[in-house]
Write a protein that binds this ligand. Structure first.
Ligand SMILES: *Cc1c(COP(=O)(O)O)cnc(C)c1O
Length: 367
């Protein structure tokens, strides 16, 4: 049996419907923004039940556009978590602001208790990350935002299809970012991203900034850039959105099996607690495992393609030395970096694969 990590060949094994729409696009030659892009934006808007969706090139651009729209730049500080993908911090640096990194909790999410200590008079925003497709304590984060009058930009790049007590990631903050990179729960055949907001003024500014600051082909209101989503990808995304609920359901069934069969079976294994009422996308099913590196080699030798996200937290990266403020003890992130392991639970695996994974983990620890 093979528990494979890359499911993209399976996902795109039948592309007839996508190609049929691509043919329509090619006929219209509406290759920059246009109808297919705005149709997908409308569909995403309905899915999330928000006022504005502005699609972008990728998730990193979505974060940069979000930060820019709120006027965040040089001299400003933005708080985020040390165990996230590089782009969260890269986007803060790209707009000229200073990242302030804090620790994570035992669910691998931003440690809410450390946020207030990191706030200074330069703090403009907090970027909570829905890391791995689980969600941080959004209610407490929103309370902190109100109390200190600080913007929230959700990094919901892994959170499409998740729920926080019935409410979707990307619907809490002021301006929020999504990614449709191949490894996310809603993915295209390359890069794609989305910014979401209920603020009319910010949305109008972002639509222009994304497209050179253009009012129309002959008039520029301010200098912008090109962050446009490709219509070819908007079509892929639109088809994938139709399958999203089924995708999330299957992943949750697989994850539930692992939870039930790995939690509390050995002190060598820690599976994070699930928050009652939340739905996760399981972009990454992560647990903490003693002797992680040996376990990883063992599982790979048994055809179980596990990964590590990530062995080095961002505050320890060379890139962080000069321009990040470290505002935590990072006890959790550093401990987790040595033990964390990601097990595939994607929608092209079933309970038989999960049984095999549990069996092999038990064999390794002699349980
Ligand atoms: C994927 C990801 C990004 C970046 O998205 P891209 O589309 O790859 O640019 C940012 N933050 C998080 C948490 C991500 O998982």
């Amino acid at each position: 049996m093979k528990v494979f990590y890359n499911y993209l060949p399976n996902e795109f094994s039948d592309v007839e419907a996508i190609i049929a729409d691509w043919k329509k696009l090619i006929k219209s030659s509406d290759f920059t923004l246009g109808e297919f892009v705005s149709n997908f934006e409308d569909k995403f808007k309905k899915f999330l039940n928000v006022k504005h969706c502005i699609s972008t090139n990728n998730g990193t651009d979505a974060l940069i556009l979000s930060l820019k729209s709120l006027g965040i730049g040089p001299g400003d500080q933005v708080i985020t978590v040390t165990n996230t993908f590089y782009a969260t911090v890269g986007a803060i640096v790209a707009v000229g602001a200073t990242p302030v990194l804090i620790d994570c909790d035992n669910r691998f999410q931003i440690k809410v208790n450390d946020i207030e200590k990191a706030i200074t008079n330069k703090t403009k925003a907090i970027i909570p990350v829905h890391w791995g497709g689980a969600s941080p304590d959004m209610k407490s984060i929103m309370d902190i935002s109100v109390k200190h009058n600080i913007f929230i930009i959700e990094d919901s790049c892994m959170g499409i299809g998740a729920l926080v007590d019935g409410k979707a990631p990307g619907t809490f903050g002021n301006v929020n970012a999504f990614s449709m990179h191949p490894l996310k729960s809603l993915n295209v055949m390359g890069d794609g991203g989305m910014v979401v907001t209920d603020d009319d003024k910010l949305a109008a500014w972002m639509k222009k900034y994304r497209n050179h600051g253009m009012i129309d082909r002959d008039h520029i209101e301010f200098w912008g850039v090109n962050m446009r989503l490709q219509p070819l990808q908007a079509i892929v995304a639109s088809h994938r959105l139709d399958q999203l609920n089924e995708t999330i359901k299957k992943r949750n069934e697989n994850a539930k099996y692992l939870d039930n069969n790995l939690q509390n079976i050995s002190k060598n294994i820690i599976i994070p607690k699930r928050v009652y009422g939340n739905v996760e996308t399981f972009a990454l099913y992560m647990g903490l495992f003693n002797n992680r590196d040996e376990l990883k080699s063992f599982l790979i030798s048994k055809n179980i393609e596990v990964k590590v996200h990530y062995p080095i937290p961002l505050h320890k990266q060379k890139a962080a030395h000069d321009n990040c403020i470290c505002s935590s003890d990072f006890k959790n992130a550093e401990d987790q970096a040595n033990k964390i392991l990601t097990i595939p639970v994607h929608q092209f695996l079933g309970i038989e694969h999960m049984k095999y994974v549990v069996e092999k983990i038990k064999e390794f620890y002699k349980i």
